[in-house]
Design a protein around this ligand. Structure first.
Ligand code: 7RM
Length: 654
């Protein structure tokens, strides 16, 4: 790939208020720069000091990094610890009665649970798992609705040294089977059903179906949490109710003391091709990344009420629900439901009710809430908020400004956090009391993260040019390997093109004159129009800047002259236009893009839908859109698609 042409022009910048900066843990650019310098000058002691300061060790480590088998790096290798001990036990002296979790169910029911109570429940459930024969190193699949029990299940695994593999509750039986099989899981933890948007979602029936498929024979037991009154089909000897399992179990459970490099969990990610990769994380390095980035990126303080809307089925729900907040003894909200039920004011009402001070969500949720009620936040008291965050995809400047003004009241820094399942914790994000933000940019790397943008020879590209986003030094929370497939790990993430030295993120990005990072999309999504390589994100941002447009996704289709032509899939704020009205709006949008960024980026073809095809975690499925743009029949697996019915709309030419 040659370098990319960057066409997005966004010059607004927002520094933290003096008051915010003064109170922040990392206060001002001097403090940020000092940390970066420390990391540059003494990389190993920088990470070693943090690991000693933040983690409670059973036995301290003697060496920070072993890179003799790069890229299979080992951090803090001879240290001994337990992740669940670090999230629970060590808080009991000072914070036993502090609220750990405020759980709001789909129907609005609220449950509060203290650190002491969470600790008791985790210990009991851990003892229950042990009674089923689960031991250190065993793999346990967690297929649960979002709730306290999902966190208990993960923490209980961590406590006894079992490796959890959380599978998002929206995945199909086939996907569940694939993950069970690859991991060789012996136990599945699930619920009879979940509740989302007022509807019951079956879970146990999907597990039954998965276990009836070939390849799932490793599973010996299924633990079933009774979330609703609905029953469940039962396989005697295999299935056991959660409440029966913990009956009579002790409320204490000595943690299994783990080596720093013992796997804490596997989380499967589906890339654009091939079978899902089992991203394997370590115990100590991962925990350090999650814990440290939580306090830096959110400027976390002990009296904050923090809410991350991600499900535990995604890495965000691991690092910034299960591990980061609990390791910091934070109080957090977790939510079972969806942002639009019973109405599009749900998030804002919950922020008001629980006095949320740090709110972390995805751009896709923000855009859909703008579409459904741009003025709704004004009906709620959101004055408790002090930090806002985004994750999962680039946020277009229009949505950013709305989030900043309408939700944050112009008062709250927005932390746009770039990271991946593979990186385990936030890599590029503003420290909110230090780094001024720019709408659409994830700003600067965290201290200790040596990110860069390079061309295919590994040379740094000049400002304004796009290229491959890489991380040039190993860091503690980086993926250790792909479960059962070290060769694929090496080829995918430390390719020979860069002498196996750089971690290749798979995203394209560019940097502006002040060194800020702008993510342009996945490498596979790049367009080549008449020799200009364009990131999808910039054209999408231009489209969304038009007042008529709520959401847009851009892909390429082959073109005789230009190589590739731009095809845009657009969701309007109003109803989906048809016939001549659609043609008129399409012409207007084409002119708009030509005017905003230039003729080169002008779409040849525009399609309108009521929505875009998205994965369950809200990422747009561009490979599907590429097939539609080419007029191909859709043969891809659409089992992870949230809303399959809109494909027909998008297939309709104007
Ligand atoms: C945390 C998460 C990773 C991919 C990543 C990017 C995209 C995530 C941002 C972003 C622009 C961001 N893990 N991505 N965060 N793009 N700005 N702030 O999402 O493994 O599920 O996805 O998501 O392409 O490579 S993930």
């Amino acid at each position: 790939m040659s370098t990319l042409d960057s066409i997005l022009k966004e010059t607004r910048s927002f520094a933290p208020s003096d008051e915010f900066r003064r109170k922040a843990t990392i206060s001002g650019m001097e403090a940020y720069n000092a940390l970066c310098e420390q990391a540059d000058d003494h990389y190993l002691s920088f990470w070693g000091d943090l690991a000693r300061e933040l983690i409670t060790w059973k036995k301290p480590f003697s060496r920070v990094l072993d890179d003799s088998q790069a890229p299979f790096f080992k951090w803090f290798e001879d240290g001994v610890l337990n992740a669940s001990y670090n999230c629970l036990d060590r808080h009991l002296a000072a914070n036993a009665n502090k609220i750990a979790i405020i759980f709001e169910a789909d129907d609005g029911d609220v449950t509060r649970i203290t650190y002491a109570e969470l600790h008791r429940r985790v210990c009991q459930f851990a003892n229950g798992l042990k009674s089923l024969g689960v031991k250190k190193g065993d793999r346990v699949v967690v297929y649960m609705p979002m709730g306290i029990e999902a966190v208990v299940a993960m923490q209980a695994c961590a406590r006894i040294g079992a490796i959890h593999s959380v599978v998002f509750g929206g995945f199909s039986a086939g996907a569940v089977r694939d993950r069970i099989q690859d991991a060789g899981a012996s136990v599945v933890i699930t619920a009879n059903e979940g509740m989302r948007g007022g509807k019951n979602v079956p879970l146990k029936p999907t597990v039954d179906e998965a276990l009836a498929l070939e390849g799932a024979e490793s599973v010996k037991h299924v633990v079933v949490y009774q979330r609703t009154n609905g029953g469940a089909n039962w396989t005697d000897g295999r299935d056991v109710w959660w409440h029966k399992l913990i009956e009579g179990q002790s409320e204490t459970c000595e943690p299994e003391w783990m080596n720093a490099e013992d796997p804490l969990f596997i989380l499967y990610t589906s890339g654009s091709t091939g079978k899902p990769k089992g991203i394997q994380h370590s115990t100590a390095g991962y925990l350090l990344g999650a814990m440290n980035s939580f306090r830096w990126v959110f400027d976390y303080k002990p009296n904050d009420v923090y809410w991350c809307t991600a499900d535990v089925g995604w890495i965000t729900g691991h690092s910034y629900v299960c591990y980061g907040p609990l390791a910091n003894a934070a109080t957090q909200v977790i939510f079972e439901g969806v942002p639009t039920y019973p109405d599009a004011g749900r998030f804002w009402r919950m922020i008001e009710q629980h006095k949320v001070s740090i709110f972390y969500t995805a751009p896709t949720a923000i855009r859909s809430l703008i579409k459904l009620g741009a003025d709704l936040p004004k009906q709620y008291d959101l004055s408790s908020l002090r930090v806002l965050g985004t994750v999962g995809e680039p946020i277009n400047p229009e949505a950013w400004i709305w989030y900043y003004e309408t939700v944050g009241g112009g008062r709250c820094p927005i932390v746009d956090t770039w990271w991946q399942t593979e990186t385990g914790s936030a890599m590029i994000a503003p420290l909110p009391g230090a780094v001024p933000t720019k709408p659409g940019s994830c700003t600067l790397p965290l201290p200790g993260i040596i990110a860069d943008i390079v061309d295919e020879s590994g040379a740094q590209v000049e400002p304004g040019r796009g290229g491959f986003l890489v991380i040039k030094k190993p860091f503690p929370s980086l993926v250790r390997t792909i479960w059962n497939d070290p060769d694929r790990f090496k080829k995918t993430y430390f390719p020979d093109e860069f002498d196996g030295k750089y971690y290749l993120a798979g995203d394209s990005a560019h940097r502006d004159e002040s060194g800020y990072f702008w993510i342009m999309g996945r490498i596979d999504d790049v367009l080549n129009v008449s020799g200009h390589r364009l990131g999808t994100m910039e054209i999408e941002s231009a489209l969304v800047a038009n007042p008529l447009v709520a959401e847009a996704a851009v892909v390429g289709k082959p073109h005789e002259v230009k190589g590739e032509a731009v095809v845009a899939f657009v969701v309007l704020k109003g109803p989906r236009p048809q016939g001549d009205a659609a043609k008129t709006v399409a012409a207007e949008l084409k002119n708009w893009v030509a005017h905003e960024i230039g003729k080169i980026a002008q779409p040849d073809d525009i399609r309108f839908g009521e929505n875009l095809p998205k994965t369950r975690s809200g990422k747009i499925m561009r490979r599907l859109l590429r097939s539609i743009a080419k007029g191909e029949e859709i043969t891809q697996d659409v089992s992870t698609l949230e809303n399959p019915q809109i494909l027909a709309q998008l297939q309709q030419p104007l």
